[in-house]
Design a protein around this ligand. Structure first.
Ligand SMILES: Cc1cc2nc3c(=O)[nH]c(=O)nc-3n(C[C@H](O)[C@H](O)[C@H](O)COP(=O)(O)OP(=O)(O)OC[C@H]3O[C@@H](n4cnc5c(N)ncnc54)[C@H](O)[C@@H]3O)c2cc1C
Length: 570
C-alpha cells in the first residue's frame, strides 16, 4: 500500500502552489467529462486524482477533521468542503477505487477478505451453531459503500417515524425525506421529478428484463402481496422490483465515485489514505482533533471547528473507547484512562441476519442483470405501526451454493426488524486489533419466530405456482417440516446481514445514548459521530441509503450551526 507523502507543518500557503492549480484544472476536466460515476476510461484518472489529493501538503490544523472516508465520511467531506471550510478526511484504507472489484457491479464479492475489507469476524453465535460470522467492512475510499452489493432501498416511513420518537424532532420524517432527496438521483425520473431530487447517487432499475423478475412478482402475489414501487417513500407493504446504485452499463455509483471524487477539485479538501486514526485528542470536555499513524509515526492533527467520527458501526465505538469514552469498567480492564464514562458506547449493536434458500432450475437461466437482485418482498407479523419484520429477496443466481451458472436461483430471507441487541467491545488497547463483535443473532424468541416466517415465505416464493416451468426442487435435501428442523437449517445456513447499526446510538439522554439529535457526543464539545452507528433502530431495508440520508441531515446541521456561530460564511 502506498503511504502518504512526507509532510510537515507547511501552512496554508502551500495549498496555492502550482501543483495544486494543475490538480484543480485536471479534476475540473475530469468532472466535465462526467466522471461523477465510474467509467472504464476514467480508471487512470481516479488514480491521478487520488495521487493529487495525497500529495497536497498536510497542515497541522483544519476546520473539520473527518475520521473515515466511508459512506458517511465521503458525503460529509463533499458537503463541508463546499462551504469553503478546510477539511481533512482520513481513511485507513486505500484510495484505489479504480479496480474492477470496486468499480464494477459484477465483482463486489471479490472484496470480501481482500485488502479492501477489514475482514473481521463475530464472536461464536450460539443460535447459529456457534459459528463465527463474517463482519466485513470496506477499507477503501467509499468504505462499505465501495464494497457493498449496491442494493438501493430508500426505506419505510414507519422507520423514520420510529427514529423521530427515539431521537427527537430534529429527526422528523419530513427532514429525513428532504435529506434523502438530496442523496439519490433515480435514473428514470421525468424532468419535473429530477428537479425536485438533487442527489448524485445514480439509482437505476434494470431487473425487469430478467425472466425471474416477473416470476418472483407472480409468486409473491400468490402469497398475498400486491406490487409496489420500492423507492417511492411509501410503506413497504408488498413486493417490488429491486433498484441498484449503479449505471446501466454496470458501474458502481457509490459515495466515493459520486461524492468524494467530484469534491477533490476543491483545494480546501485534503484526503489522507492508508492512515489509521488511533485515538481522539480529548482534553477535559473538548475534542481537539485526532492522533494518526503516518509513516509509522504518531502525528497529532487539530480540528478548530469539529472532529467527526465516521468510521462505521464496528470501528467508531472502538475509536471512542480507545479515547477514553465508553463503559468505565471495560476501559479500566484494558488500562485506558476514562475521560468520560459512557455506558452506551458499543452497546445496542443490531444487524439483519439472512438465510438463503437455493433452488434448482428446470430451464437454463440467463446471466444475471446488474447486481442479480430481482425483487424485494415484505411481510409482517403485525402490519401497522412498525415497518415489516421480514424482507425476502428474489435473486437471479444461486447465492450461497456452488451450482453451475444458469442452473439455479436463490431466495433470501432477511430478519429485517431484529429485537436482539449485541455489542462491540475492545479486545485490546492496541488500535490495530479488531474489536470483539457480538450481534447475538436470534437471541430473542421473537427473532426466531420472524426468521422462521422469512424462511417459510422464501420457500413459498421460490417454489409456488408463480415459478411454474422454472422450479426444479430445493438444492438442499434437508427436511424442513418441523419448527426444530427449520431452526436447525437456519442455524447451519443463516448468516450476517452486514447492516451493522446502533453502537453509538443517537438518543435523548447521556445514560442510554452516545450522541444527541444533532450528532454531538454527550458531554464533549466539538465531537460528533455520523455514520451507521448512530442509527437508533436498524431500518427494515438494506441500510446504505439510510446511512447517507442521516449523514446528509448531519451535514446540514453542522453547516447551519457553524453559520449561526459565524464560523462559516452565510
Ligand atoms: C459486504 C457488504 C455488502 C453490503 N451490501 C449492501 C447493499 O447491497 N445495500 C445496502 O443498502 N447496504 C449494504 N451494506 C451496508 C452498507 O454498505 C453500510 O452499512 C454503509 O456503507 C455503512 O456506512 P458507514 O459510513 O457507517 O461506514 P463505512 O462505509 O464502512 O465507512 C467507514 C470508513 O471508516 C474507515 N475507518 C474505520 N476505522 C478507521 C480508523 N481507525 N482510521 C481511519 N479510517 C477508519 C473505514 O476504512 C471505512 O472507509 C453492505 C455492507 C457490506 C460490508
Amino acid at each position: 500500500m502506498s503511504k502518504p507523502s512526507t509532510h510537515g507543518n507547511s501552512g496554508p500557503a502551500a495549498e496555492g502552489a502550482p501543483a495544486a492549480g494543475r490538480r484543480r484544472d485536471f479534476l475540473a476536466r475530469l468532472i466535465a467529462l462526467g466522471t461523477g460515476t465510474v467509467g472504464t476510461g476514467a480508471f487512470g484518472s481516479y488514480a491521478e486524482a487520488a495521487e493529487a489529493s495525497q500529495s497536497a501538503a498536510l497542515k497541522d490544523s483544519y476546520d473539520y477533521i473527518i475520521v473515515g472516508a466511508g459512506s458517511a465520511g465521503c458525503l460529509l467531506a463533499d458537503r463541508l468542503s463546499a462551504t469553503g471550510a478546510s477539511v481533512l478526511l482520513i481513511e485507513a484504507g486505500t484510495s484505489n477505487i479504480n479496480q474492477p472489484k470496486i468499480a464494477e457491479v459484477a465483482y463486489w464479492l471479490q472484496n470480501l477478505s481482500s485488502e479492501t475489507d477489514w475482514a473481521r469476524l463475530s464472536t461464536p453465535q450460539p443460535h447459529l451453531a456457534n459459528r463465527r460470522q463474517g463482519a466485513p467492512g470496506g477499507k477503501v475510499w467509499g468504505g462499505s459503500g465501495s464494497i457493498n452489493a449496491m442494493i438501493w432501498l430508500r426505506g419505510d416511513p414507519r422507520d423514520y417515524a420510529q427514529w423521530c420518537r427515539l431521537v427527537g424532532q430534529e429527526w422528523n420524517p419530513d427532514a429525513l425525506n428532504r435529506a434523502y432527496l438530496k442523496v439519490a438521483q433515480p435514473a428514470a425520473l421525468d424532468a419535473a421529478a429530477r428537479h425536485a431530487q438533487t442527489g448524485r447517487i445514480n439509482v437505476g432499475r434494470y431487473a425487469d428484463s430478467h425472466p425471474l423478475t416477473a416470476a418472483y412478482l407472480a409468486s409473491s402475489a400468490a402469497t398475498g402481496l400486491r406490487t409496489i414501487e420500492l423507492n417511492a417513500g411509501r410503506p413497504l407493504d408488498g413486493v417490488g422490483v429491486a433498484e441498484v446504485n449503479a449505471t446501466a452499463d454496470g458501474r458502481r455509483s457509490g459515495p466515493a465515485q459520486a461524492m468524494l471524487v467530484p469534491a477533490l477539485v476543491r483545494p480546501n479538501l485534503k484526503v489522507l489514505s492508508d492512515t489509521l486514526i488511533t485515538k481522539l485528542l480529548i482534553q477535559g470536555r473538548h475534542c481537539r482533533g485526532v492522533e494518526a499513524v503516518v509513516d509509522n509515526v504518531a502525528l497529532r492533527i487539530n480540528a478548530t471547528h469539529e472532529t467527526i467520527v465516521s468510521a462505521g458501526a464496528c470501528e467508531s465505538p472502538k475509536i471512542l473507547m480507545l479515547s477514553g469514552l465508553g463503559p468505565a469498567d471495560h476501559l479500566a480492564a484494558h488500562g485506558i484512562r476514562v475521560q468520560q464514562a459512557m455506558p452506551a458506547v458499543g452497546s445496542n449493536l443490531q444487524d439483519h441476519m439472512l438465510t438463503s434458500v437455493v433452488f434448482k432450475s428446470k430451464v437454463n437461466l440467463p446471466a444475471q442483470v446488474s447486481n442479480g437482485v430481482s425483487t424485494m418482498a415484505y411481510y409482517s407479523t403485525g402490519y401497522g405501526q412498525s415497518a415489516p419484520d421480514v424482507q425476502v429477496a428474489g435473486m437471479q443466481y444461486p447465492f450461497g451454493a456452488s451450482l453451475p451458472a444458469g442452473s439455479g436461483y436463490a431466495v433470501i430471507a432477511f430478519l429485517s426488524k431484529p429485537r436482539s441487541r449485541g455489542s462491540v467491545r475492545l479486545t485490546s488497547a492496541d488500535p490495530r486489533q479488531a474489536p470483539s463483535i457480538d450481534p447475538r443473532y436470534l437471541e430473542q424468541g421473537i427473532d426466531q419466530d420472524n426468521m422462521l416466517l422469512g424462511l417459510d415465505r422464501a420457500i413459498d416464493i421460490g417454489s409456488n405456482q408463480g415459478m411454474n416451468g422454472i422450479y426444479g426442487g430445493r438444492y438442499s435435501t434437508a427436511s424442513l417440516r418441523s419448527r426444530a428442523e427449520k431452526l436447525a437449517f437456519i442455524a447451519q445456513q443463516g448468516g450476517a446481514g452486514l447492516h451493522f447499526t446502533g453502537t453509538c446510538i443517537a438518543g435523548r439522554d447521556a445514560s442510554t445514548s452516545v450522541v444527541d439529535a444533532n450528532f454531538k457526543v454527550w458531554g464533549i464539545e466539538r465531537l460528533r459521530v455520523v455514520d451507521a452507528s448512530v442509527i437508533p433502530e436498524v431500518p427494515t431495508v438494506n441500510i446504505q441509503a439510510s446511512v447517507l440520508t442521516v449523514a446528509q441531515l448531519a451535514a446540514e446541521r453542522l453547516i447551519s450551526e457553524a453559520r449561526a456561530a459565524g464560523l462559516l460564511a452565510q
